[in-house]
Design a protein around this ligand. Structure first.
Ligand code: AMP
Length: 278
């Protein structure tokens, strides 16, 4: 696997593949890779003969008070994992390569970026849309693979691809979980042993709410119960538990179409998110 950090060498590699008619699948990540990321690489290998993974902790999607500076990193370990997963190229640029001096473009996202994560992290989806658009171009991607773990992010990325007529398709992979149900996340590294045990309550609360919705409970009641369960389990703050329509992310008062239940809550200083189909 080649490790490339600059845009010129990356362009040479992608042009070589394109000249041979090989399509490129992109897996954007922020590193500290786990089995969830590697499932995206496996999916990428199924959909294109060439796979590029990127590791870039994107400053434009973090607010000043968030964890940009302490985001976990392990590039040596990540390279070994990507190599074993059959990735062809790792693009691991520095900030000045992604946002060179004079970079002047910003993206404002509406629609699926509004509400939920968009309310609690207002800077995030503009930053995600910006970095994804830039990485799609730099990597000449024909397809990009994202995880359902970040469901609202998938909706936002699909929207920006459609709105800007970007020449690629988006693939998604279901959330990979630990045996006890906790969605794998690089941020789980912040959890101490006790918090790690409590963290399982997030998936359990969503499952409980899903069961209530399936027997006809109003969304407000089912989500309220889930929030109460999270507080009982030791989460200090629940940002939201919400039901949305799977197709277009619209709010739903009851389960009258395929839905998605999403939650975000704080265990001490660690913010966890999860979602399940319902
Ligand atoms: P991140 O490095 O957290 O920005 O995530 C990079 C990509 O991996 C995103 O598309 C995430 O949705 C995806 N991802 C993260 N965790 C998981 C997981 N547990 N299962 C599936 N995909 C995941």
């Amino acid at each position: 696997m080649r490790v490339i950090r600059d845009a010129v060498a990356l362009r040479a590699a992608t042009q070589g593949w394109k000249a041979q008619g090989e399509r490129i699948a992109l897996v954007p990540t922020m590193g500290y890779l786990h089995a969830g990321h590697l499932a995206l690489v496996a999916r990428a290998r199924e959909v294109a003969p060439r796979v590029i993974a990127t590791i870039f902790v994107n400053p434009t999607q973090f607010a000043p008070h968030e964890d940009l500076g302490r985001y976990p990193r392990d590039e040596v370990g990540d390279i070994a994992k990507l190599e074993a997963a059959g990735c062809d190229l790792l693009f691991a640029p520095d900030v000045a390569t992604v946002y060179p001096p004079g970079f002047a473009t910003r993206i404002t996202m509406m629609g699926p970026a509004e509400g939920l994560e968009g309310t609690h992290r207002p800077q995030m989806f503009g930053g995600v849309a910006l970095v994804c658009t830039r990485l799609f171009g730099l990597c000449a991607a024909d397809v990009a693979v994202f995880g359902e773990k970040d469901w609202q992010q998938v909706m936002v990325v699909r929207q920006v691809v459609q709105d800007l007529a970007l020449p690629l398709t988006i693939e998604t992979v279901p959330t990979i979980r630990a045996e006890d149900g906790l969605a794998l996340s690089s941020r789980n590294a912040y959890l101490d042993a006790e918090a790690r045990q409590r963290a399982t309550a997030l998936h359990a609360a969503l499952q409980h709410a899903a069961a209530r919705l399936r027997v006809g409970a109003p969304a407000e009641a089912a989500c309220g119960e889930a929030e109460a369960r999270l507080r009982e389990a030791g989460f200090r703050q629940v940002d939201y538990v919400a039901l949305r329509r799977a197709e277009d992310f619209a709010e739903m008062a009851r389960l009258d179409a395929p839905g998605r239940l999403l939650g975000a809550a704080w265990l001490g200083q660690v913010r966890l998110i999860d979602n399940i189909p319902v």
